[in-house]
Ligand binder design. Structure first.
Ligand code: CDP
Length: 219
């Protein structure tokens, strides 16, 4: 595995599904000029491949796909469905698949294109596994009902046919799997700043995070 040296600002965020981590990560990336990677999209990308190529979906197939993976592949709107999210959380339990996804994440963390001042990654195991040396680590969360409602609205905005109750059920199932799996579970650690997005606007949440990062940069 390639060795990487830290040269830039690194921000790591972990969060359960639909807690607003992606929204905050994008705002932070823009403000500090950082490369943003939504690591969940890698698992969603693989989940989508699995759904489409059930018979071909083995480790060598996955390895090839990851080697040629581009950031633009992760923008595909088809990755956003709750079904793809559910399949993603199942394949994300597989340590071999996680290892295959590792290098892509390391490259984003340690080798962002020159135009950026660093990188920000969000996911489930970023703060303690992918970027344990990050300058600032956050755990963003909200109640499961709030998260389900937010995801429901997002999916409706994308014209997806789904009921709030189905979204709630799916998110609860993913929470259970993501927190309790053996490999790289979602977890709270002492060095993460806890940010609740429950009753916060996007802006006020961002300002809280920004204050923490600015304090860190200035010390
Ligand atoms: O967008 P949302 O919060 O719904 O989830 P996501 O970030 O797109 O992640 C989809 C699934 O991928 C999660 O439920 C996790 O099981 C898995 N995942 C993971 O295992 N490790 C990560 N670093 C990111 C996502």
């Amino acid at each position: 595995m390639k060795k990487y040296k830290k040269k830039y600002l690194q921000i790591a965020i972990d969060s359960p599904a639909a807690a607003g981590a992606g929204t905050q990560a994008k705002l932070i990336a823009k403000h500090y000029n950082l490369l943003y990677l939504d690591s969940g999209k890698i698992y969603r990308f693989l989940a989508y491949l699995k759904i489409k190529n059930l018979k071909k979906f083995n480790y060598s197939f996955i390895s090839k796909k990851i080697k040629t993976l581009k950031m633009s592949d992760l923008q595909n709107k088809k990755l956003l469905s709750e079904n793809v999210g559910s399949v993603a959380s199942i394949i994300a339990k597989d340590i071999k698949i996680r290892n295959l996804a590792h290098d892509f994440q390391m490259k984003c963390a340690f080798d962002p294109p020159k135009k950026y001042e660093g990188s920000i990654i969000d996911g489930r195991d970023i703060t303690y596994n992918i970027m344990p040396q990050a300058d600032c680590k956050f755990f963003i969360t909200a109640s499961v009902k709030t998260r389900a409602l937010r995801r429901f609205k997002e999916l409706k905005g994308l014209n997806k046919k789904i009921l709030l109750n189905e979204v709630l059920k799916s998110i609860k199932k993913r929470d259970k799997s993501d927190y309790n799996r053996k490999v790289s579970p979602l977890k709270r650690t002492k060095d993460q700043y806890l940010i609740s997005s429950e009753n916060e606007s996007k802006r006020s949440c961002f300002l809280k995070i920004k204050q923490i990062i600015d304090r860190k940069i200035n010390t």
